[in-house]
Design a protein around this ligand. Structure first.
Ligand code: FPP
Length: 275
């Protein structure tokens, strides 16, 4: 949110991201480099996913979104699609472990083409973990950013047709944000893409309007908690102005800095009386 008088952007602290997205790329190349089938890369990748979820939780990151299967991934060889789906099933089957660790799981995407068994498992995991507060893990499955925006637009149009809105003017950015799969969650502050490519690939298009990106050549199966920390360090050094003229930073301890590019003021060192 920008204060129109000061031009400061005060929407969120930028030292530690509240929401991190990850495009887990490079599983196939990791496997090929070892003479293994592509699915071996996805299997190792799903283990790495578990490690990173726990690590992000330990770091106090409230939201983590991973890109597990895009709307375009159906065009992969049937065996690979089947293999990824079965890895997701085993994650859901084991999810009682995550539930006990206070991890909330949400599946983002169009669930309609998924098997009834997978849909039932998803419903159970989502309901069972809905009260957990340690970290929210969004798994983007049959997800595409454009199709999410279409889905949101249709939801808004339906509400208008049903008379739930007084007119089109009620359809604004906040309203549409509430129609996305991520309704109620903060936008990602940071998206990490592994595997060397430098593109967004239809991931969280709406939500990443002001997101910082970290690209790494590391293949996802080789991605470690130390790699995650390196991305956080890179992020912490970024100045996020979001269209304003000065960057406002605050960290978890309440240290607040305002940086105009020429002058940095540590506001926490100054005394302020609110009247
Ligand atoms: C991209 O690498 C990876 C995927 C499309 C699948 C990611 C899936 C998993 C890590 C397993 C399931 C996840 C969970 C959440 C349990 P790629 O195959 O495109 O790699 P390449 O570019 O080297 O071919």
């Amino acid at each position: 949110m920008t204060n129109f008088i000061t031009g400061l952007n005060t929407s969120r602290p930028t030292h530690m991201p509240r929401h991190v997205g990850i495009i887990m790329d490079g599983n196939g190349r990791w496997a090929a480099a070892r003479g293994l089938a592509r699915i071996a890369g996805h299997k190792k990748g799903s283990e790495v996913f578990g490690n990173i979820v726990r690590h992000a939780k330990a770091k106090g990151i409230p939201f983590l979104t991973v890109y597990a299967f895009s709307t375009e991934n159906w065009s992969r060889p049937p065996d690979e699609v089947k293999g990824i789906m079965s890895l997701l099933e085993s994650y859901l089957r084991d999810s009682h472990k995550y539930r006990k660790e206070n991890i909330k799981t949400i599946i983002l995407g169009d669930k309609t083409p998924l098997s009834p068994k997978l849909r039932d498992m998803i419903a159970e995991v989502e309901q069972g973990s809905s009260q957990n507060t340690g970290i929210t893990v969004n798994i983007a499955l049959n997800y595409g950013g454009r199709s999410e925006i279409v889905h949101a637009a249709r939801k808004a149009a339906q509400k208008l047709l049903d008379g739930e809105l007084s007119g089109v003017a009620q359809i604004d950015e906040d309203f549409l944000a509430g129609c996305m799969y991520t309704a109620g969650q903060p936008d990602p502050d940071l998206v990490i893409r592994t595997g060397g490519e430098k593109r967004i690939s239809n991931f969280l298009l709406w939500q990443s309007a002001y997101t910082e990106f970290v690209f790494t050549d590391t293949f996802w199966p080789d991605f470690t908690p130390a790699c995650f920390d390196a991305a956080l360090t890179d992020f912490a050094g970024r100045k996020r102005r979001k269209g304003g003229v000065m960057a406002v930073d605050s960290d978890a301890s309440g240290q607040l800095t305002i940086d105009s590019g020429q002058l940095t003021v540590n506001v926490s060192a100054m005394r302020t009386d609110l009247k």
